[in-house]
Write a protein that binds this ligand. Structure first.
Ligand code: ASP
Length: 373
């Protein structure tokens, strides 16, 4: 059982009587109740959180918002939301049907954080489970650890009763992998002069109409705050397309793909994981929020740090600016939020669900023009 502070005990204990009628959370955790004034409940996520429905009627942010405002545990609600995207074979960047690695194997990363209890869990390079976010939550709830990887994560998932499948490819993800494999040097590691990168092949696939800009990057990050101020978040992905087997990106790493503090806010990310890992930018942005910055200013300051630390020539465009995309979704304790990105294109949006419903809203760019300019 996780240790909780006296303050949390008081909060949860006081809530126990009041919340007797509230639905029980997974593994028996009752939702904490805080009496924070003027919190606007909201769920934000990457754009795929308001695109995919997996054949149902609701998107990720709609389902999560409905459940949070009905009194469900915030993390349970967010994980149920991202499950829609993980299970939908049409999203080629998350869960089932996600882009496989260089060997054609789908390896998934995920993590989650529960603000009220200060707990977190993650899995990386997990094979055979369509919903890694649930396994991350089980690591959080059932172990003393934060991160399980590879075969160990799979054994843990099996022991927790998750179904293990041989292969999470769909026909489409396998076809695309074959297409990629056919075009590239099978070893596909960086050339020793570090000037040649896989992006040339991606550009060919884009030009041939075999890949869309949307599919090039993936991942869903989803964060929410309840009317009583509980803040939680989850990030889940199949990671970088065609990655070296065993490569783990930012998504399952606390402080990178996700970070939150119940007293400050939540931050999650999609885009070039290596750039985010180098700067632990979600943690950094959370600290900027703690200093009193708005979500937008804090997010842009985090992006600026990434820009400053991007010095390798292969990662710079003709203007000497980063030649990759990275995006942050930022939420504070009053329910103010922002989505910020290194660059934005015409369709660069993120998902928001409030009492007015769900919509895709424009991201704020740090830099003008495009990554490739
Ligand atoms: N951030 C993910 C990773 O680096 C990929 C993505 O969001 O596109 O694994």
């Amino acid at each position: 059982m996780a240790r909780i502070t006296r303050r949390e005990f008081v909060v949860t204990g006081t809530a126990a009587g009041l919340a007797a009628a509230a639905p029980r959370a997974a593994f028996g955790r009752a939702p904490a109740v805080r009496t924070r004034q003027s919190v606007r409940p909201v769920v934000i996520s990457s754009a795929n959180g308001n695109r995919f429905r997996n054949g149902g009627s609701e998107t990720c942010v709609e389902l999560a918002f409905r459940r949070i405002t009905a009194g469900d545990d915030v993390l349970n609600s967010l994980v149920a939301g991202v499950n829609i995207v993980e299970l939908d074979p049409e999203d080629a960047s998350v869960g089932y049907g996600g882009r496989p690695n260089a060997d054609g194997v789908v390896q998934l990363d995920a993590c989650c954080m529960h603000g009220p209890t200060r707990r977190a869990g993650g899995v990386a390079a997990l094979e055979g489970v369509r919903t890694p976010s649930n396994v991350a939550q089980a690591v959080m709830d059932q172990t003393d650890h934060h991160l399980l990887v590879g075969p160990g994560a799979q054994i843990f998932a099996r022991n927790m009763g998750f179904e293990i499948e041989d292969d999470l490819n769909t026909d489409r993800s396998r076809r695309m992998w074959l297409e990629w494999k056919r075009r590239i040097d099978p070893s596909h590691y960086l050339h020793p002069d570090r000037e040649h990168a896989r992006r040339d092949v991606d550009a060919e696939l884009l030009a041939a109409g075999l890949l869309t800009e949307d599919e090039r990057y993936g991942t869903i990050n989803c964060d929410g705050i309840s009317p009583d101020g509980q803040i939680c978040g989850v990030t889940t992905t199949s990671g970088l397309a065609w990655k070296i087997p065993g490569r783990v990106g930012d998504s399952p790493i606390l402080g990178a793909g996700l970070y939150l503090d119940n007293e400050v806010g939540a931050v999650g990310s999609t885009g070039r994981g290596e750039a985010n890992l180098y700067n632990l930018t979600s943690f950094l942005i959370t600290e900027f929020l703690r200093q009193g910055m708005t979500p937008k200013d804090a997010g842009l300051a985090g992006l600026r740090r990434i820009q400053e630390n991007t010095v390798e020539r292969r990662l710079l465009n003709r203007r000497g600016l980063p030649n990759f995309g990275v995006t942050f979704y930022v939420l504070n304790t009053t329910g103010d939020y922002a989505g910020v990105s290194m660059y934005v294109g015409q369709n660069s949006r993120y998902a928001v669900c409030t009492e007015n419903g769900a919509e895709l809203v424009p991201l704020e760019p740090l830099l003008d023009g495009a990554a490739s300019d």
